[in-house]
Design a binder for this molecule. Structure first.
Ligand code: ZN
Length: 151
């Protein structure tokens, strides 16, 4: 029963993606693809200080990859960078079966993707959007430290 609800949630995000579109002048734009499945995601992020003020994505591919991008973008909008890193780590531990139960509550709708851990071929599909946001955060952090080093 639970699986059925989750499946509907995933299909709903796939058919009516949240946060889909293009941001004008994003602070970071990351394009990644998953050659194993043909998934492609272009993620755009705007920061406001330590907060992720806006996320949008465009892309194509399987329902898991596109629904994850939609769920993740909705989840991370308005979160701090530190929170986004924590949630990304949590999602990865869920997909690798390293964490389960109440520890995952903060993932919200992304919990619907827990079943992916039983389908190893789809794990890269579910991680593609999170790889984009991790890279955006890493690039942001390194450009920040470069600024700090300027006289
Ligand atoms: Zn895929």
């Amino acid at each position: 029963m639970l699986d059925e609800v989750y499946q509907e949630l995933i299909l709903d995000h796939y058919k009516r993606p949240r946060c889909q579109g293009v941001l004008i002048n994003p602070d970071k734009k990351i394009d990644l693809h998953n050659p194993l499945c043909g998934d492609q995601i272009s993620l755009m992020v705007k920061f406001s200080g330590e907060e992720i003020s806006q996320i949008a994505f465009t892309g194509h591919g399987c329902s898991i990859s596109q629904a994850t991008a939609s769920i993740m973008s909705e989840l991370l909008t308005g979160k701090t960078k530190a929170d986004a890193r924590r949630l990304s780590g949590l999602f990865r531990r869920m997909i690798k079966s390293e964490e389960s139960g109440n520890a995952l509550d903060d993932l919200g709708d992304a919990l619907a993707l827990e079943g992916v851990k039983r389908h190893s071929a789809r794990i890269k599909c579910a991680l593609l959007a999170w790889d984009c946001v991790d890279r955006a955060l890493a690039e942001d952090a390194s450009s920040g430290s470069m600024r700090d080093e300027l006289p």
